[in-house]
Design a protein around this ligand. Structure first.
Ligand code: HEM
Length: 456
């Protein structure tokens, strides 16, 4: 796979090869052997294996941006940092972000009200909204990008992904020294400098507030006098920085970038597919609305905001989101490096250093695991109707997504907020088969999706 076109349309290739070859099939990337798995049995064994905690070389392309953040960290550092951050993404800590999720969804409602009935580029708006949510709730900074068009942060974030993708497709840009001096490398540097500038302000503000609150190591520890309403995530990073040194300032910067990128683009991509589906399948949209109407009647979100418990009760919406993630998983492939020669089963021994690719995309579309796989059918997710092991949009095993509960709360709040207020329409309804896809680090629609939000 050498040209950008082939890499961009990798999902087509995956489908093509997965139909011809049985899992695992192998290919060479230059001198590196790679195996692609899309069968449940081997994926389950391999992704749970502690010998596959190390990420493959493919993640090195993201290192300029994410450094040793969780997604790209070597296994030894990842274990320490994941242990620190894991508790910050449990239900209790997610529920404290609901105020921010409601506030930023309301901003999106207000913007769409001004565009009532017009065609809008849905990805653009939901991307701004998810970025606002990450900055506001996790990084204690209400940037309000949705109402600050002069701040081009979303454009820089998007461009970083485009540049990374372009580099992956150009073999001559693989050596760091060549890439850094290329025009693409310089553009990446400029984009990251812009994002860094915003992060520096956040770090300065956090340090100042810690000093002002006199977080001393005496008495009950650093956070003895902790102010309320701070972000558990940011607190954990700085607590570890001051108390144990397990996060350095550079690690904190990389972790912030990791959450900015991993937490906004994935959800925005999924929401784009989801609204496209709702506009194309009005019967599904009506059912989601009915569930919301049963919960809220025609009350206003100002008077009746969405609580974390509400999001857990949105059972039909949850199935619609799951069905969207099944057909359009934002991370269609994840990859690992095998650290030792490993016998997977009687037929397969994977040699040390082999790059393993797990194709979530084809696993989710195989008729071996899913009845009528291309049919959009949320009810396949009713309890007992499916094997949860075949559904892994958030990855699998210990290196799976840390933000999955946050992501579900974020996406449900946005969808529920918008559907309480608007119906969604599209000029030409689509079917699952004819949604064209591209890979730009995460899975996206190949074309801009224009939808109309019409006030109820
Ligand atoms: C629809 C939304 C999302 C999907 C489908 C998704 C999917 C994934 C997947 C498949 C992985 C594993 C990657 C791998 O194995 O290489 C992952 C990892 C990760 N995700 Fe998510 N994600 C989503 C949203 C989020 C959000 C909202 C956040 C942050 C708040 C987040 C933060 C992360 C981080 C930090 C990792 C690395 C975890 C580690 O290696 O310990 N993700 N995600």
């Amino acid at each position: 796979m050498r040209s950008i076109k082939e890499l961009t349309y990798v999902t087509d290739k995956l489908i093509q090869f997965s139909a011809i070859y049985s899992s695992p099939w192998r290919f060479w990337m230059g001198l590196k052997l790679a195996l692609v798995f899309d069968d449940l049995e081997n994926i389950e064994i391999l992704l749970q294996n502690s010998k596959t905690y190390e990420k493959s070389f493919i993640y090195n392309f993201m290192k300029d941006t994410l450094g040793d953040g969780l997604l790209t960290a070597p296994a030894s550092l990842w274990k320490i940092h994941r242990r620190i951050l894991d508790p910050k993404f449990n239900s209790k800590n997610i529920s404290c972000h609901m105020e921010s999720l409601n506030k930023n969804s309301k901003r999106l409602i207000n913007i769409l009200e001004t565009r009532n009935g017009e065609n809008v580029d849905i990805f653009h708006y939901v991307h701004l909204c998810t970025l606002d949510m990450i900055f506001d709730s996790l990084l204690e900074s209400d940037l309000n990008l949705q109402n600050t068009p002069d701040c081009k942060l979303d454009k820089y974030v998007k461009d970083v992904m485009n540049i990374t993708m372009e580099r992956m497709s150009k073999l001559w840009l693989y050596p760091n020294i060549i890439f850094k001096n290329s025009s693409l490398g310089k553009r990446l540097h400029e984009n990251l400098a812009y994002i860094n500038n915003i992060k520096s302000k956040i770090i300065r503000k956090k340090k100042k507030s810690i000093e002002e609150e006199k977080f001393t190591s005496e008495g009950n520890g650093l956070y003895a006098n902790k102010v309320e309403n701070t972000s558990p995530f940011l607190d954990a990073l700085f607590e570890s920085f001051y108390e144990t040194g397990e996060y350095s300032e550079e690690n904190i910067r990389h972790e912030m970038n990791t959450f900015i990128f991993a937490g906004s683009d994935t959800a925005a991509g999924t929401l784009t597919f989801l609204f496209l589906i709702l506009a194309s399948f009005p019967e599904v949209q009506n059912k989601v609305y009915k569930e919301l109407y049963d919960m809220y009647g025609s009350s206003n979100q100002n008077d009746d905001p969405i609580t974390y418990d509400d999001t857990k009760n949105m059972k039909y919406l949850e199935r619609v989101i799951k069905e969207t993630l099944r057909l359009f998983p934002p991370a269609p492939i994840v990859s690992r490096k095998m650290q030792k020669d490993t016998k997977v089963n009687d037929n397969i021994v994977v040699p040390k250093n082999t790059a393993l690719f797990f194709s979530i995309y084809t696993l989710h579309r195989k008729d071996k695991y899913w009845t009528d796989p291309l049919r959009f059918n949320p009810d396949r997710f009713l309890p007992g109707n499916y094997d949860p092991k075949c559904f892994i949009p958030f990855g699998f095993g210990k290196r799976g997504c840390i933000g999955k509960f946050f992501a579900m709360a974020q996406m449900k709040t946005i969808v529920a907020s918008l559907l309480r207020k608007f119906t969604v329409e599209i000029d030409n309804q689509v079917s699952v088969e004819n949604v064209s896809l591209k890979l730009c680090i995460t899975l996206k629609t190949a074309e801009t999706i224009l939808l109309r939000f019409i006030r109820r």
